[in-house]
Design a protein around this ligand. Structure first.
Ligand code: ATP
Ligand code: MG
Length: 350
C-alpha cells in the first residue's frame, strides 16, 4: 500500500502541513508532523496565486523547520475555479462514462472544456430508472497548475490535487466516523469559506464563498482607522496577550459575525430548498476563523442549529512528549483541510 502523502494546505494567510502515519488497514492514525507557516499578504488573493515564489518559500521554510524529507504531497484547490455538481446521466458502463463524461460535463460547467480538469465519481443508488447519478468535479486547469507548481517550486512532488471541501469531509470522517445525521462542514479561512453538507458519508452539496476572517480584520481597520497588522492582532485578542484591545473590537466582531452568518445561511437555505432530505442536523466549524467565538455563536443563533468546533485530531494518536500540546490544541481548527489531505495516498482518485 502506498504511503500517506504529506498534507499541504496552501492558504492565503498560512500554509498548514500535516504528516500522518496509518497502520495497515487504517485502524490507527498517528501524528508525525504538524506545522503552520505564514504566507506574505497578497501572495494569494481569493484563491488565485499571485506570487508563487512567496508561497514556495513559505512551503520550503516549514518543511525545513519540521525536517521533513519525504517529497510526496497532497494539495487542495478551492474557490470559484472549482465546481462540484451531482448530475444525472443515462445508465452506462464505467468505460462508456469515461468517454462520455466530458460531453456530459459541458452542460453543467460554465467554463470552456479546454480550460478545465474533470474528475468524477459514480454515486450509489441515486438516479432512478435508466439513469445514474455522478458527482462531477471540474477545476480550472490554471488553478490546478498554479497550486501544484508552487509545490514543485518548493522541490516537492504534488501527487494528489484534492478539492478542499472533500478534504474537509475526509478529515471529519476520520475524526467522528460516518454520521447518520446530515452534517454541514464549514471551514472558514481568511478569504474563502468552504461548505460541504454530508449525509451518511456522502457529499450532498458543496459551495465555496469568498468570505472569511479578512472581513473581520478589514472592518476593524475601517472602523478604528488603523493598519492591517494592528487590526489583525486585535482580532486575535492582542499580541501575546499583552496588548490592550479597544472595547469597540468585540462589537465589530459581533456585527461582522452576523453578516457572515447571514451569508452562510443563504447557502444552507439553498441546500434545503434543493434537497428532499429537508434538514441539517449540526454544523461543524473549522478554519482559522472558527477561533472567533462570535462567529460560532452567530451561526448557531441564525441557523438555529448546534454548532461545534471540528477537532481534526479527535481520532489521531499524538505523542505528548513530541508535540507542544497547547500549540496543537489551539491551532487545531486550522488543520482540518491539511489533515484530510494527509489521509490521501499516491495514486488515489477523488
Ligand atoms: N485566534 C484567532 N482569532 C481570530 N482569528 C484568527 C485566529 N487565528 C487565526 N485567525 C484567522 O484565521 C484566518 C486564517 O485561517 P486559515 O489558515 O484557515 O486561512 P487560510 O487557509 O490561510 O485562508 P484561505 O483558505 O481563506 O485563503 C485568518 O483570517 C486569521 O486572522
Ligand atoms: Mg484555507
Amino acid at each position: 500500500m502506498a504511503k500517506n502523502c504529506i498534507g499541504v494546505d496552501i492558504g492565503s494567510s498560512a500554509i498548514k502541513v500535516v504528516q500522518l502515519k496509518q497502520s495497515r488497514g487504517g485502524a490507527r492514525t498517528q501524528l508525525v508532523n504538524f506545522g503552520i507557516e505564514p504566507v506574505p499578504p497578497e501572495a494569494i488573493v481569493d484563491g488565485s496565486m499571485m506570487n508563487s515564489t512567496d508561497v514556495a518559500d513559505a512551503i520550503s521554510s516549514i518543511f525545513r523547520q519540521l525536517k521533513i524529507r519525504s517529497k510526496e504531497v497532497a494539495v487542495a484547490v478551492a474557490g470559484h475555479s472549482v465546481i462540484i455538481k451531482k448530475i444525472g446521466v443515462p445508465s452506462m458502463t464505467p468505460d462508456e462514462l469515461d468517454e462520455q463524461i466530458h460531453w456530459e460535463a459541458e452542460h453543467h460547467i460554465p467554463f470552456p472544456k479546454s480550460e478545465v480538469e474533470i474528475d468524477y465519481q459514480i454515486l450509489d443508488g441515486g438516479g432512478g430508472a435508466n439513469q445514474m447519478e455522478v458527482l462531477l468535479v471540474a477545476a480550472k486547469k490554471e488553478i490546478v497548475t498554479d497550486y501544484s507548481d508552487a509545490a514543485r517550486q518548493a522541490q516537492l512532488n504534488p501527487c494528489v490535487v484534492d478539492v478542499a471541501a472533500f478534504s474537509l469531509q475526509n478529515c471529519f470522517e476520520l475524526a467522528y466516523g460516518k454520521s447518520d445525521e446530515t452534517i454541514a462542514l464549514l471551514n472558514v479561512g481568511a478569504s474563502i469559506s468552504s461548505l460541504n453538507v454530508v449525509h451518511a458519508g456522502e457529499s450532498q452539496f458543496t459551495r465555496d464563498v469568498t468570505i472569511g476572517g479578512n472581513a473581520f480584520t478589514e472592518e476593524i481597520q475601517k472602523q478604528l482607522n488603523i493598519g492591517y497588522h494592528e487590526a489583525e492582532a486585535y482580532k486575535c485578542g492582542g499580541i501575546a496577550g499583552d496588548e490592550v484591545v479597544p472595547r469597540e473590537v468585540d462589537d465589530i466582531l459581533l456585527q461582522q459575525a452576523e453578516v457572515m452568518a447571514g451569508e452562510f445561511q443563504r447557502s444552507f437555505d439553498f441546500y434545503l430548498a434543493t434537497t428532499s432530505e429537508g434538514q441539517i442536523d449540526k454544523v461543524y466549524l473549522s478554519g482559522g476563523s472558527a477561533r472567533v467565538p462570535a462567529l460560532c455563536e452567530a451561526i448557531q443563533s441564525r441557523a438555529r442549529l448546534p454548532v461545534e468546533l471540528l477537532d481534526p485530531f479527535a481520532a489521531i494518536d499524538i505523542n505528548e512528549s513530541e508535540f507542544d500540546m497547547d500549540y496543537v490544541r489551539s491551532q487545531a481548527p486550522m488543520a482540518a483541510i491539511a489533515v484530510g489531505l494527509a489521509l490521501r495516498r499516491e495514486g488515489d482518485n477523488l
